[in-house]
Design a protein around this ligand. Structure first.
Ligand code: FE2
Length: 371
């Protein structure tokens, strides 16, 4: 699907024009409370008012949104007869907006999650406000249904128009700034070694890794160029996982987030830090049909993209970055945690991982992560 990407470097008018071109009359804006403080938020509010486009705000959802809040959003969309959707936010706003888009045309009041998805043409716009998830580039949405994580996937939930506005990152809290960047880094690396990788996805991964490393300093100092390039890096890493999906690092990180309340990118980075060297040393357990030698060459390529001499140096560099950002492992509450953690890992996602991981290995890795 064609996606229009617009940069705010010359202001927001080109973005505004996209709504007029599509004849938008009433739009649901899925966003957090910070929307009105953003300069693009003020622009949109004024621009829509001047052009008789009615806004229906929807903010009634939590981080890691659940199915019930999505249903509320669908009800708001339908009741107000909205004709389009704008998501402004990080992963959660994007996930909610994607599900509203997919569910809005399903039979009213049905159990949307069990219905077959029929693609629809509801115009869908997005403004990512973190440089991390890359969700604006993927066909996936994650929501929680009866307490369990559900991945919903359809190409028609990829936004048609995206605005990249570096100024939205200026007020990002420090912890969010670090962990969202690491989420993007994990996307790029996991996609690189995924069994589903293609030449195209690997080119995206390589670009994203280089952009992240070259701009990390400036981004962490909250400079305009660093913010702009990190938004791009996260988007490119999103394009990579849109092709490959993520692997064991992500499969292992979800329960860390829910058990200990650490951010998704923080948890993913802790998992990837331990998974990476283990995989380099165990390529004989390769389950990628391209073989162990191929996998060795992938680890070499990742090292090269990171400007490192060997795969182990690259893995060590990643771990150093995580440590230098002060992102520590959470404290375990009881030994029973390890059982909960190892049982939480989604076996389907492990099939994307190029090195076979049995339960004992996963248990060993969790012990290293939480040591
Ligand atoms: Fe992620």
């Amino acid at each position: 699907m064609e996606q229009t990407a617009i940069f705010s470097d010359k202001g927001y008018d080109e973005f505004g024009k996209q709504f007029l071109d599509r004849g938008i009359k009433r739009i649901i804006v899925v966003c957090g409370s910070s929307f009105k403080k953003l300069s693009v938020g003020k622009y949109i509010t004024d621009f829509f008012a001047a052009n008789n486009i009615e806004i229906v705000f929807f903010s009634d959802y939590q981080p890691n949104p659940d199915y019930e809040s999505v249903v509320k959003g669908v009800d708001v969309f339908r009741k107000n007869e909205c004709d389009s959707i704008l998501a402004v936010g990080g992963g959660s706003a994007m996930d909610v907006a994607k599900c509203i888009k997919l569910y809005a045309t399903m039979p009213l009041g049905s159990d949307y999650i069990n219905q077959k998805i029929e693609p629809n043409n509801i115009p869908f716009f997005a403004i990512p406000t973190t440089a991390g998830t890359g969700s604006e580039a993927t066909r996936f949405a994650v929501i929680y249904y009866k307490g369990a994580k559900q991945s919903i996937a359809d190409y028609s939930c990829i936004p048609q128009v995206i605005l990249f506005d570096p100024s939205v990152l200026e007020t990002l809290p420090d912890y969010q700034r670090k962990v969202t960047m690491l989420d993007a880094f994990c996307h790029a690396v996991e996609s690189f070694w995924s069994v589903n990788s293609t030449d195209e996805s690997k080119a995206y991964s390589k670009d994203a890794i280089r952009l992240i490393l070259n701009n990390m300093g400036s981004y962490l100092k909250n400079e305009y160029d660093g913010n702009r390039n990190m938004l791009m890096a996260a988007n490119i890493a999103g394009k990579a996982i849109n092709i490959t999906q993520t692997t064991a690092g992500h499969a292992m990180c979800y329960k860390l987030t829910s058990l200990y309340g650490i951010a998704h990118g923080h948890a993913a980075a802790l998992c990837v830090s331990e998974l990476w060297p283990y995989m380099i040393e165990n390529t004989e357990k390769c389950i990628d049909s391209r073989g162990g030698k191929y996998l060795d060459s992938v680890f070499e390529e990742i090292a090269e993209a990171m400007g490192e001499k060997s795969p182990m140096d690259a893995a060590a560099k990643f771990k150093n970055i995580v440590e230098s950002l002060g992102l520590k492992a959470p404290k375990i509450k009881s030994e029973g945690d390890f059982d909960v953690l190892k049982k939480s890992v989604n076996p389907t996602r492990l099939k994307n991982n190029p090195v076979f991981l049995d339960e004992d290995t996963i248990d060993m890795l969790y012990h290293k992560i939480l040591k």
